[in-house]
Design a protein around this ligand. Sequence first.
Ligand code: ADP
Length: 333
Amino acid sequence: DPLLDPGATADELAFEGALRPASLAEFVGQPKVKGQLEVLLHAARLQDRAPDHILLAGPPGLGKTTLASIIGAETGRPIRYSSGPAIQHAGDLAAVLSALVPGEVLFIDEIHRMSRAAEEMLYLAMEDFRIDIMVGKGAGASSIPLELAPFTLVGATTRSGMLPAPLRDRFGFTAHLEFYVADDLERVLARSARLLGLEIEPAALGELASRSRGTPRIANRLLRRVRDWLLVHAGSSDLEGVRAALELYDVDEAGLDRIDRAVLHAIAHRFGGGPVGLSTLAAAIGEEADTIESVVEPFLVREGLIGRTPRGRVATPAGMRHARADMREPTLD
Ligand code: ADP
């Protein structure tokens, strides 16, 4: 579902770029992570050295890419973007690393999806700023050491649990991004509305914030849909616009989208409240287990609607109430 998928679509990249905060001061919310990064970046600036390697962990759409670009901007260093899926061979990584200029920030999104061989090359690169390049095969194979320019690796992952310990340990600092509280999302929305030249009442922004799944990307995306709705229905109040647009796009009062509701519905109605294993649940609703685990579950757990037990996922009493009020089988197509 392109509207509620917390991953960015191609069309959205330009829109997101325009709304992306450029400094820590502009970055809304996440006070803990901001405070930690402020000290880390300030110390590096005082000593005129590259900051430690940083791992950004948390569900999609919470600001990991944004923070990476802020890390570059705040330290006055260029930044290069790459991603785990694009690094499938050690050679892919060697090409990226050997092209870095001194002090550059290397951002690797979805770093848990890099290949094993690349991961091992990265250990040495992070620690000693060098890599060994293998040339030839079999008995004639040899390795050529290559010195790298000092760099700062910023890794982002939605699944920090999937990173092997040796990789996790090589980051000087791990920032855990949390879902945003409604007040902070309202500030994200107010900022976006200003940048888009929209005048929307605070009450309407508040309602939108409370239904944006704790995720700035989703808040900004729904804001665009609300803007369209208000354009088409001139004369309606902003609050009416928010309610009608969200109804139209299938976001419920608690901010649950269709996949969230499908998961909750399946646990509550098909599996009698659980416990049910992840793969069974994924098969039952026809979604990827990975999406459920990294996107849907963290949100439903935080909302107190489901719980994780050693025997599988269960619906909490609040989750059962929510599912009972919503008996319609959600359609996922
Ligand atoms: P991630 O890399 O975690 O998937 P992004 O950094 O791409 O998320 O953020 C998605 C969008 O949400 C960006 O366009 C950005 O403008 C907005 N955003 C994220 N975090 C914040 C924040 N703290 N303040 C303001 N906007 C934010």
